[in-house]
Design a protein around this ligand. Structure first.
Ligand SMILES: [Zn+2]
Length: 409
């Protein structure tokens, strides 16, 4: 088992999967038996390489790779059948946290560059939940797929377009082991983010998070030798688009053993990457230094959807980190009001009114009146039983200070 994770350890590490991108280990019990002449081959992406098992033949050594719930897939955002207005927003927890001492570990494993960190109990490990996931998932690692040229590299194709690079944030159900996750149809949840290249001569500032990552990637000199880099400026929350719209479907790991255990969450809006940043990834080498083969075009060909549903909500307003609390967004807005009876229009893109309704749908219903004059008896009240959290700071907004002062005067 390449990937090991001790959930009882004091340090909550997300270092599993150090050697394989998007996999639960190359030596999983699933599909390691030698079959025919393929037994001595290691899997790879080359189509016509004689010493690597090409993607079309992965299933010969790893049977799950020939399954009907495989990834990646092509996504058509305009397909009306995938519209799911009940799809909840994804919620990222603690995604602004730094690992201990700001240290990230990077490794060129010959198939990708993988990034991980160690988190103590404080700060807690990074997690995702909601988004119809049913439970909470802990981040274990992130890694990239990219191409030699700008027209290829991403694994998922959206509206017919393949992008130059795609990052996968791999999460595992927080209550189970890696081995259990690989056998659970929803054991893993991966958030995929695609990047589009900034236009030549663009005056836009390079994405500082990708800049920090590219600088760290340039420090990798040797295959399979981890490099620890102190990059306190790196915040994974900034590697997730502000636009929370995403596609969700049930799929698999995109590398052997291709376990069909992944809930995929593909963010719709691309982030930016520059030519120089892409070059840092394209300079990585696979195998050993004698061959010096570039790691690139490390994306799996598209797999058949085979009747699977893709869920998409065009306005699934999400929430990242502390902003996930709707009262935070509302109290920030209240602080911007200046005087009574003077309306203020404020953009609050991360406010989703459904967040104000507690998850438990239980409520009391009764017929009564308005609670202010004229107290018309025209209301059906539905009072939710479960409360929503609010902090002291949120309650004590600037506007409330003024009102309170007037009353005391
Ligand atoms: Zn991947």
């Amino acid at each position: 088992m390449v990937l090991q994770h001790n959930i009882t350890s004091l340090l909550v590490a997300f270092t599993i999967g150090m050697l394989m991108p998007c996999t639960m280990g190359s030596s999983s019990s699933q599909g390691t038996e030698a079959v025919n002449d393929f037994s001595g081959l290691h899997w790879g992406y080359a189509m016509r390489d004689t010493d690597e098992l090409p993607p079309a033949l992965w299933g010969k050594l790893y049977p799950a790779c020939a399954g009907k719930r495989q990834s990646p897939i092509a996504i058509n955002s305009r397909e009306p059948r995938q519209l799911d207005l009940l799809l909840r927003p994804l919620e990222l927890l603690f995604y602004d946290q730094m690992p201990i001492a700001g240290n990230w570990t990077l490794i060129d494993n010959g198939h990708s560059v993988q990034i991980s960190g160690q988190f103590g109990k404080r700060p807690p490990s990074l997690r995702i939940r909601r988004g119809n996931l049913r439970t909470t998932y802990v981040l274990t690692q992130l890694h990239f797929h990219w191409g030699r040229s700008d027209a290829m590299g991403s694994e998922h194709v959206i509206d017919g377009k393949r992008y130059p690079i795609e990052v996968h944030f791999v999460h595992r159900k927080e209550t189970i082991t890696d081995d259990e996750a690989s056998k659970d149809p929803m054991g893993l949840a991966v958030v995929a983010v695609i990047f589009e290249k900034s236009s030549a001569g663009s005056r836009e500032m390079p994405n500082p998070q990708m800049e920090a990552l590219a600088n760290a990637v340039r420090l990798i000199k040797t295959l399979n030798v981890p490099v620890t880099v102190r990059t306190p400026e790196l915040r994974l929350s900034k590697l997730i688009p502000d636009d929370p719209a995403y596609f969700q479907y049930l799929g698999s790991l995109t590398t052997p053993p291709c376990a069909e255990s992944v809930v995929w969450n593909v963010m719709k809006t691309p982030l930016k990457v520059t030519e120089q940043q892409l070059k840092a990834f394209r300079a990585l080498v696979s195998r050993d230094s004698s061959t010096d083969r570039e790691v690139a075009d490390n994306y799996r060909p598209l797999q058949s959807l085979s009747g699977r549903a893709i869920h998409y909500h065009p306005k699934a307003f999400g929430s990242h980190d502390r902003r996930h609390n709707p009262m935070e967004a509302l109290s920030n807005a209240v602080r911007q009001t200046k005087s009574p009876n003077f309306p203020v229009t404020i953009k609050i893109p991360n406010l989703c009114l459904s967040d104000l309704l507690a998850d438990a749908p239980t409520y009391f219903r009764y017929l009564r009146l308005l609670t202010t004059p004229p107290c018309a008896e025209s209301l059906v009240w539905s009072v939710r039983m479960k409360s929503v959290k609010v902090t002291e700071h949120q309650l004590y907004s600037k506007r409330q200070e003024k009102v309170e002062w007037k009353v005391r005067a």
